[in-house]
Structures are given as structure tokens and as C-alpha cells.
Design a protein around this ligand. Structure first.
Ligand code: ADP
Ligand code: MG
Ligand code: MG
Length: 255
């Protein structure tokens, strides 16, 4: 199976004198079929990790490696990362004027696999998944991200994941801004993906609530730009009960 390996990753934002190190040596290994939760306080660098793996130009890699099945992810263009099987919802533009959800998904699927999906099964697959995500069929004809609500954005993210069938999916704050019903629907989409193929999932979140629906195999506590603790699902419960205060204090004492 596939394996995503992050080794001693250091990442900065900003230029020259304003440059600030955000990731300070991240180590993480995600294997096919595993779900890893990354949990940490706001501002700890969780999104920076996701953007860095996605290849966002604002983030400068100053050290370390990211590989997928031994291939150097950091040397790949954003498109190459997608073709290699990485799914990073945030790699796509915020709005895509004049491009419908339906065309966008088909174009993305074609780019990733190198051939256009067969139209009949494609239309059926899109419909089936939209129904499962409790999305109105009219949604397929809307322009990508134009006026999407928070819940629609997250559903669209999972719709992409379901149709593009990545080897590794990085989901950043998929639970943010969702009510309980939407959270359940979106989580079930991720669980369908996990049931269909041994996808590796990196689930980044500030809250434990999504972990009641998507069961992590491993939980990593992320504070001040690095992983400071790791454990099984029971660690999420500990964080729920105790918060991050103890970890933040330790990290301040080290700094
Ligand atoms: P999290 O997702 O854990 O809340 P972020 O990765 O969004 O954390 O942010 C980590 C730190 O990096 C914060 O201090 C934030 O202000 C800073 N940061 C993130 N992105 C940028 C950016 N593009 N420019 C400047 N600072 C940034
Ligand atoms: Mg944040
Ligand atoms: Mg974030």
C-alpha cells in the first residue's frame, strides 16, 4: 500500500526579515488504510502543514522531506501531486468563475487518470454521491465555490474526494462551521471512501467532535509547529477532557 512520509519538515512564511518559521520539524507517517487525526490549538501550524504538502506558493520549505511511495512530493507541481494520488482540497482555487461543479470534477478526474471517465457511469457516480451527501442535483450546475455556504464547501470537498479516489487525503478542518447533521453526512462520505479503498486520511481538526464519526487509528497532538504527543483514539478523549493547556505550557518552557 501507499505511504506518505513527512520527515523533519521545516516551513516558513514571509520574506526576508519578516520570515517566520511555522513548522519546526514535523515527523509523520501515514499508511494506506490508516486515519490519522492531527489535533492542536489555533495557530499551531496545522493548516500550514496541509498547505505545504499541497504546494501552496506562500509557504517556503526550509528543511526536511515529504515523500509519497518514495517519490519526492516537494519537487512535484501541484498537478503532479494530484496525479500521484494526493488529495488536498485546498489546492483548488477559492472560486472558479464560469466552471460548473460537474465540469470541474470531470476535468479534474481526467487530469488525474489521463483519460476522460466514461460519461454514463460518471454521471451516475456523481448523482449517487451527491444523493448520499444530501446535495441538491442543481448543485452540479453551480459555479465552483461561487456563493457556496460553509456546509456546501465541505460537501463539495468530500464529493471531490469520493470521485477523484485519492491514495492519500488531507482534510483540513472539515468539521468547521458544520451543524451536527452536516457533520454526520460529510463524515459518512469520508467513511464510504475508506470502505471503498484503502485511502490514507490525515484529518486535521481543532475539535474532537468529528472523531466521533470518523474513527482515527492514531491521534497526533500538534503544538507550536511540531508533533508533541502521539497515541491511539484514547488520546482524543484525553484532549477533550483536558484541552491543550499542558502541552502548550511544555512547549513554552522548551522555547
Ligand atoms: P492552524 O491551522 O493550526 O490554526 P496556521 O497554520 O493557520 O495554524 O497558522 C500558524 C501560524 O502561521 C499563525 O501564527 C499564522 O498567523 C501564521 N501564518 C499562517 N499562514 C500565514 C501566511 N500566509 N502569512 C503569514 N503568517 C501566516
Ligand atoms: Mg487557524
Ligand atoms: Mg487551520
Amino acid at each position: 500500500g501507499s505511504v506518505l512520509e513527512i520527515r523533519d519538515l521545516h516551513v516558513s512564511v514571509g520574506e526576508g526579515d519578516d520570515a517566520k518559521e511555522i513548522l519546526r520539524g514535523v515527523d509523520l507517517t501515514v499508511r494506506a488504510g490508516e486515519t490519522h487525526a492531527i489535533m492542536g490549538p489555533n495557530g499551531s501550524g496545522k493548516s500550514t502543514l496541509a498547505y505545504s504538502i499541497a504546494g501552496h506558493p506562500k509557504y517556503t520549505i526550509t528543511g526536511g522531506t515529504v515523500t509519497l511511495d518514495g517519490e519526492d512530493v516537494l519537487a512535484m507541481t501541484v498537478d503532479e501531486r494530484a496525479r500521484a494520488g494526493l488529495f488536498l482540497a485546498m489546492q483548488y482555487p477559492v472560486e472558479v468563475p464560469g466552471v460548473s461543479v460537474s465540469n470541474f470534477l470531470r476535468t479534474a478526474a481526467t487530469a488525474i487518470t489521463g483519460e476522460a471517465p466514461k460519461l454514463r457511469t460518471w454521471v451516475k457516480d456523481v448523482r449517487t454521491e451527491m444523493t448520499a451527501l444530501e446535495m441538491d442535483s442543481a448543485f452540479a450546475e453551480r459555479n465552483v465555490n461561487e456563493g457556496f455556504s460553509g456546509g456546501e464547501k465541505k460537501r463539495h470537498e468530500i464529493l471531490q474526494m469520493r470521485l477523484l479516489k485519492p491514495k492519500m487525503a488531507i482534510l483540513d478542518e472539515t468539521d468547521s462551521g458544520l451543524d451536527v447533521d452536516a457533520l454526520r453526512v460529510v463524515s459518512e462520505g469520508v467513511n464510504r471512501a475508506k470502505a471503498d479503498s484503502p485511502v490514507g486520511v490525515l484529518l486535521i481538526t481543532h475539535y474532537t467532535r468529528i472523531l466521533k464519526y470518523i474513527k482515527p487509528d492514531f491521534v497526533h497532538v500538534f503544538v507550536a509547529g511540531r508533533v508533541v504527543d502521539e497515541g491511539g483514539p484514547e488520546l482524543a478523549q484525553k484532549l477533550e477532557d483536558q484541552g491543550y493547556a499542558a502541552y502548550v505550557k511544555d512547549s513554552n518552557e522548551q522555547a
